[in-house]
Write a protein that binds this ligand. Structure first.
Ligand SMILES: [Zn+2]
Length: 132
């Protein structure tokens, strides 16, 4: 999956802006390429988990459709743990198995790590991010 450097930077910036809470958002694209990053509010408002704000989710989905993009990814941050899906994340992914799940870890604040996963039927598989 291809991801431009500036979009990766935007995910990291959002993760930092929403500290101490987890952040979340949606990623548009098509054909193996991520082309847009859209911030959403975390309706849960906590560092323990994320919950895409339903109004933001609807707004962004409409925007993607208007721009001819597909929903290819959902991102969120881990403020105190590694960039790997928690059991909560795996359970949440049941509802939306198609997009990739990107996690930005700020466990080491000066060394953010972003990784991508396919999560289907409770299975987690890491997907290489081709950052250019
Ligand atoms: Zn998580």
């Amino acid at each position: 999956m291809q991801l431009a450097r500036d979009l990766l930077d935007e995910i990291v910036a959002h993760s930092r802006d929403d500290l101490p809470n987890e952040c979340c958002g949606l990623i548009g694209g098509s054909n193996g390429k991520m082309t847009s990053v859209h911030r959403a509010r975390n309706a849960a408002g906590t560092w323990l988990r994320y919950e895409l704000h339903p109004t933001d989710q609807l707004r962004i989905m409409n925007r993607l459709e208007a721009d001819g993009e597909d929903l290819v990814g959902i991102y969120h941050s881990h403020t105190k743990s590694e960039a790997f899906p928690s059991q909560t994340d795996i359970n949440l992914a049941d509802a939306w198995p198609d997009p990739l799940y990107l996690i930005c870890s700020l466990e080491r604040p000066d060394d953010p790590v972003v990784r991508a996963f396919a999560i289907r039927d409770g299975d987690v598989e890491e997907v290489d991010l081709d950052v250019a």
